[in-house]
Ligand binder design. Structure first.
Ligand SMILES: [Zn+2]
Ligand SMILES: [Zn+2]
Length: 354
């Protein structure tokens, strides 16, 4: 008997702790497929006898931000992409734009407050009464959210520094955007105004793509105006420029690259200043020009085959009394329609047809 008791005690001593330690791992807890959560974490609740002891796939919420409107109040909504837990923050009454969970009554106040890498989100259509000037060297985004901001002043924004990305929506009113320095990039933005929709001045760097529309119903749609070696650099891709006047006009030095873009106007393109042309680097790729060309400068220097192709679209009489000088040897394709009669000074260079 004594020996049996000892053996039993030994078995208990050896096995009991191991049951306590590894028993739960062996018992294979069962968890519900639903999520439970608190403000910070989510988990699958146990449906074995270990409820309140073990939590399946526990982790912190992974929030995706969005906005919602209910009975005239805008909310900043954070939704966990794993469990669906939703946190709502009501924005201040009268908010038209927001940066994360903070609402602002207008674009001016939001742009004054925005920090680098933040997004200003447009909550509803509104009119911006006073012009916004961007003089800070910060980099931010304005997500128009398929809404329309109407410029109540001459322009909606005058930008002099920093980088601004504007996406998906419409800018309307008198003038759209004036960029006099800094960089602007637009994706899917429709600027439609009664005055010039986009004015690029001095050292502006502008890139427009993904079906942007630059449209004026009354004046030149796009105006590029540089000077003193500070010329705007503009790239337009897969977009459209429209005006009853000039769709695009260079009134000063500018660099204009146009790809897969349609220009529609009484004049598609107007070159107004000699100085412009000296620095004008106009490359045209697969673009459509619906409208004439106006060449009002007194002289031009041709540096590229693209420039030559472009000038071949102008009326020959545009060049009467003007100086057209070849500045580089250029090579054109035999399929190009090139009017080399417009060149008044070959300047020792050659045009090679291949
Ligand atoms: Zn269990
Ligand atoms: Zn969650």
């Amino acid at each position: 008997m004594k020996g049996k008791h000892f053996l039993f005690a030994l078995l208990v001593a050896l096995t009991l702790p191991s049951i306590l330690l590894v028993g739960c791992a062996q018992c294979q807890h069962k968890f519900a497929t639903i999520w439970e959560y608190d403000a910070t974490y989510h988990w699958h609740p146990a449906i074995c006898e270990h409820t309140d002891e073990v939590f399946g796939d526990q982790g912190e919420h992974s929030f995706v931000a969005s906005y919602a409107e209910e009975s005239g109040t805008h909310y900043y909504v954070e939704t966990c992409s794993v469990c669906g837990y939703e946190k709502r923050t009501a924005l201040a009454e009268g908010s038209t734009v927001a940066i994360a969970a903070t609402g602002y009554p207008n674009l001016n106040s939001a742009i004054n407050s925005v920090q680098t890498d933040q997004t200003i989100f447009v909550l509803q259509n509104f009119t911006q009464g006073a012009l916004t000037q961007i003089n800070d060297d910060k980099s931010f985004e304005i997500n128009l959210n398929d809404k329309t901001i109407t410029a109540g002043d001459t322009y909606l924004i005058k930008q002099y520094s920093g980088f601004v990305l504007i996406s998906n929506g419409k800018i309307a009113g008198t003038g759209g955007l004036f960029v006099g320095g800094g960089s602007l990039e637009c994706h899917g933005v429709n600027i439609e105004t009664t005055g010039s929709a986009l004015v690029a001045h001095d050292s502006a760097i502008i890139r427009m793509e993904d079906d942007c529309v630059i449209k004026s119903t009354g004046e030149d749609a796009l105006v590029a105006d540089g000077g003193a070696g500070k010329y705007p650099f503009i790239t337009l891709e897969h977009s459209a420029i429209q005006s009853p006047s000039n769709s695009a006009v260079c009134v000063g030095e500018a660099s204009l690259i146009i790809k897969h873009t349609t220009l529609t106007g009484n004049k598609s393109l107007t070159l107004k200043k000699d100085a412009v042309i000296d620095h004008c680097n106009i490359d045209i790729f697969s673009s459509t020009f619906n409208g004439g060309y106006s060449f009002e400068a007194t002289g031009i220097k041709i540096r590229t085959a693209d420039m030559m192709r472009l000038l071949s679209k102008f009326n020959e009489t545009d060049f009467d009394g003007k100086t057209v000088t070849l500045e580089e040897d250029i090579v054109v394709s035999s399929t190009d329609v090139i009017n080399d009669g417009i060149i008044s000074d070959m300047n020792g260079h050659t045009i090679t047809v291949v």
